[in-house]
Design a protein around this ligand. Sequence first.
Ligand code: BTN
Length: 237
Amino acid sequence: MIDLPRLRQAFPERHIIYFDSIDSTQRVAAASEPGTIVLADRQLAGQGRHGHTWHSEPGNGIYCSFVLPPSPVLTLALGLATVEAIAQATGIQCDLRWPNDLMLENRKAAGILVQLVNGLAIAGIGINVNQIEFPDDIGHLAISLRQHAGREIAREDILFALFPVIDSLTAEDPETILQLFTHASSYVAGRRVTVDQPGGVITGTTAGLDPAGFLIVRQDDGTDTLILAGGVRASGS
Ligand code: BTN
């Protein structure tokens, strides 16, 4: 169980809505005021990107949604914030797979879903914290911080770090976010990748971010393709 009283005491000015069990924190956040944070111990219908579900077993993960003003590179800023919060709380340094998958050992440790609803950004963050195993279909793709570090991790410690770091990184200008992201992610430049595109799969080498934060992939014939949505994986993985 998340130690909610401790969290509320540390952030008395925040409106935190908590559920032991809910379908999705995204749904509740979409009907909430700006500034609200929705947290759950378990989700029965956790939503991932591209229509996937997000494995949300009780007790072991962080499932939270923030109601934020939209901004141009918000999705990258939230990935950076989550990396920073995990590093501050645990010392674990995750890689960032564009646009905002947190990676450890080439598997996903956390994911972020940003949805625009009535002019607000509903930003959902899911972090695999203390899972010791995953369902068979995602076992080769997912990893928890505990599996990586070999020790149990207090979810509150990550939440304590996450709230202020989201505030500070969402206040940065887009240029700074692009620079920080380029520095934090091994995927942004010089990485051999395969990308699912609407017209089929392309393979190439990443060649930086454009000013809007989209990923440039240079194919072997020299053609540059701007990747607008995710679907990026390291070639060979
Ligand atoms: C992804 O597919 O990478 C995004 C996963 C986002 C999961 C989080 S968990 C909290 C929030 N509520 C949801 O239903 N989804 C997001």
